[in-house]
Design a protein around this ligand. Sequence first.
Ligand code: PLP
Length: 458
Amino acid sequence: MQTIIEPFRVKVVEPIKMTTRGERDAYLKEVGYNLFLLKAENVIIDLLTDSGTAAMSSEQWAAVNRGDESYAGSSSYYRFEESVLDIFRFKHVIPTHQGRAAERILFSVLTKADQIIPNNTHFDTTRANIEYVGAHAVDLPIPEFYEPALFHPFKGNMDVDALERLVARVGPGRIPLVILTVTSNSGGGQPVSMANIRAVKEVCSRYGVPLYLDACRFAENAYFIKLREYGYKQKSVKEIAQEMFSFADGCTMSAKKNGLANIGGFLCTNDDFLAQQEKDLLILTEGFPTYGGLAGRDLDAIAVGLQEVVQEDYLEYRFASINYLGRHISDAGVPIVEPPGGHAIYIDAKSMLPQIPSSQFPGQALAVELYREAGIRSCEIGSVMRASNRCSDADETPPAMELVRLAIPHRVYTQSHIDYVIEALLSVYKRRESIRGYSITHQPPFLRHFSARFEPLR
Ligand SMILES: Cc1ncc(COP(=O)(O)O)c(C=O)c1O
């Protein structure tokens, strides 16, 4: 069969409230044109994020009912630990309530002020947690990363020469760890190849610097490796993931993405001493090490989700559906980051709206118009999100791209929902020349995209 179908059936439905354009105009004004501040019930198709928005499977709901809510040593923890270690293969796993809690604990323990942490591309919470301890987050993607229209099979790769140059310039003593984000969420959901993970590890080993993976979308990255990298066609996604983790000394993970869970995360390490320090800190803010801020039932949902996400029928359908969206809008002229990513399509707002300079937030303007047009919520990944992306040692980092991410929640929307998104986007594209920019009227000191307020420029 040529048609790739959703490899699941619908068992429970959640009604969508339809809204009019006039109503959406009013909601936009109420929330200062920040889509994070909308009530979810006023959104028709929610592509804000793939994080925590998955539809859980019947097996996961069954696991939720098995949840053991003992404070210490619950059987849920041991099922969680077994499932995580089966794929991730580190010595220690420490549960946290979500990915950023794992990041906060890791950087609090491992990083000092003024140190430098290279990544292919830091996600916003990773960057913010690094900056919060006074260190510097440096992005070192390959140059192709900054050319949205360019096809490259592994655009998420780190520039290994740039890493070498950085270590030589600042010295390994200032670099407490190197991170590879798989896949790269800040720039197109693009994968990192196994060859690149191996090469980065080789540099890290030479200088005695640990390598961590930001593993939120490890299964999507592994599937890209299977499809695109020589020598991996016959391997299972799980085997490829295990090989990816074999090069790392630890990882942070948001189980809200490739854990197919609505909440949860974890931190892994092979270092006994570090694990103890992390657990001590965990107890202070997250909870006892066998629950780490989660209910037993959440740990059980993650244990099942991690095994489901590496199933290839699922990943084949997911990639086909995202590709379908990308190809349809791109063939009609909408500039997207090529090739389509593993969890989202990213629209190049800078190319689509050349009349709006970065200082007037073209990505924000496009996201607002998509909501106004059809009630579709997307996410700006550009100058609003990357308010601070500079440090004196990061001279090589070019300015942020201006992207709008259409993230596809796991197992939530059907083909007709995707067709609706395509129709809406093409309508906005037709009237693109009339779209204007925004200015910020209020912003917090960190992670401003979550709560900033905007007003349209006249
Ligand atoms: C690459 C990456 N790292 C870290 C995080 C943070 O995870 P969480 O939202 O669970 O705190 C995210 C969330 O979107 C992410 O995409």
